[in-house]
Design a binder for this molecule. Structure first.
Ligand SMILES: [Zn+2]
Length: 417
């Protein structure tokens, strides 16, 4: 039951992006650099040297120093790579105040390095009062294409939506007669004709659906919308190709059909579209809940239980809520190397860290203790690395995600008990 989405990569990207988006510089002095996979690093260093020269024209002493310091730091960092990483590299560097209200001069030079999970598309160098995050934001957008059918008695709109793109591909009219028969026509004959027309119309919609959603675009799911019961008749009649019929993500009521209806359906389907990962998560959580409710279920949940299963090596998939809010603390005695580990809530981070630092080493009594903190999700990722297990980060936006979180936000699917 492998999911296609690398949920850990997405988790990391979201985390760093949310952190970077809060940063702002005193002036135009924060450097953003995007390096595509095939760009040789010596070319990048050359370009940065030129930027360093250009920066000498900056009038403000502080801004000039900050920009030039940032450029030097980036060039030094690039020297650590012998070649451009597989997907390229994004670097953000600049003098950042510890808080927005901190006094002038309290800035420190900070560098953030992002190895994206998808290739960087174009080279970009920017110096601004904020970091340029658009190319990375673009990467975490959903790439899957979803099809929309907006249908009623008079017309059908076909649309697609993917990432930031919404397109009404086609609108066809039904040709179905109105509900009122012409004079002289028998009621029964009228009804029969009308049924025939509707049947033809639905078949035509189905053919256009195959052309648009299977041949032109390879959609990953379909949403059906429209006013009144037409869409339900269409669905129940199983006119659609089974590949589409079996792939309907939602059926939604709208006020309009056709072109307007496609847009309306997309608006209403926001929760479905926002996160297609939701479909994968549904499956994962369903599996988890199924195991929980079975007598000899191959599952454990809770921090301690999951860590035990990892230590035994019998977990194959670890589920963890994106906002589980836990931190792993590791206290190492600098003298004898004795290690204490603790998993704590974000809220108790400072006091717990202080406690670990101030307690003498239980093994040798030394007071020289170093404490290393790690995001719990990253801790799990490291932990499963050699076990052939996988970490799946579960969002807390979906119903399933919320349900999963009520089990403590961490669980493991087991190979055996
Ligand atoms: Zn010690």
């Amino acid at each position: 039951m492998g999911s296609k989405t690398d949920s850990v990569a997405l988790y990391r990207m979201r985390k760093i992006l949310s952190e970077l988006s809060t940063k702002s510089g005193r002036g135009t002095e924060l450097v953003s650099l995007y390096i595509p996979p095939k760009k040789p690093l010596h070319e990048v260093s050359g370009a940065l040297k030129d930027e360093y020269g250009t920066a000498s024209n900056i009038k403000s002493d502080v801004t000039r120093t900050h920009v030039q310091d940032a450029l030097v730091k980036i060039m030094q960092r690039l020297k650590l790579y012998d070649k451009t990483p597989e997907n390229g590299l994004a670097i953000f560097c600049g003098a950042l105040p510890p808080s927005p209200s901190a006094p002038l001069g309290s800035e420190t030079l900070q560098l953030y390095e992002v190895l994206p999970h998808k290739p960087v598309q174009t080279y970009l160098y920017r110096c601004d009062d904020h970091f340029h995050l658009e190319p990375l934001l673009e990467m975490i957008k959903e790439e899957k294409i979803i099809g929309i059918i907006s249908i009623d008695n008079t017309e059908t709109g076909f649309g697609i939506v993917s990432g930031n793109r919404i397109e009404v591909v086609e609108v066809i009219t039904s040709g179905v007669s109105g509900k009122h028969r012409a004079g002289g026509q028998s009621a029964r004959r009228f009804e029969r004709l009308r049924e025939q027309e509707i049947n033809d119309y639905f078949n035509r919609v189905a053919r256009h659906a195959v052309k648009t959603f299977l041949e032109q675009y390879n959609i990953k799911g379909l949403i059906l919308g429209g006013p009144g019961p037409t869409k339900d008749y269409f669905l129940k009649g199983e006119y659609l190709d089974y590949r589409l019929q079996n792939n309907i993500l939602a059926v939604l009521d709208t006020s309009y059909a056709g072109r307007e209806g496609v847009r309306e359906t997309i608006e209403r389907a926001e929760s479905v579209l926002q996160d297609l990962r939701v479909v994968e998560e549904k499956e994962l959580v369903k599996k988890f809940l199924g195991e929980v409710s079975s007598d000899k279920g191959l599952v454990v949940y809770g921090v301690k239980e999951v860590l035990d299963s990892l230590n035994r090596g019998n977990a194959h998939t670890i589920l963890v809520s994106e906002d589980v809010g836990l931190i792993h603390l590791k206290a190492i005695c600098k003298k004898c190397g004795f290690i204490r580990e603790k998993i704590i809530n974000q809220e108790s981070f400072m006091p717990e860290k202080q406690k670990l630092i101030s307690e003498a080493c239980p093994s040798c009594g030394s007071n020289e203790i170093e404490v290393i903190e790690k995001d719990f999700v990253e801790f799990l990722v490291d932990k499963v690395m050699n076990l052939g297990a996988k970490v799946e980060v579960i969002s807390s936006k979906s119903e399933e995600g919320i349900m999963f979180k009520s089990f403590g936000g961490v669980g493991a699917l087991l190979r055996y008990r």
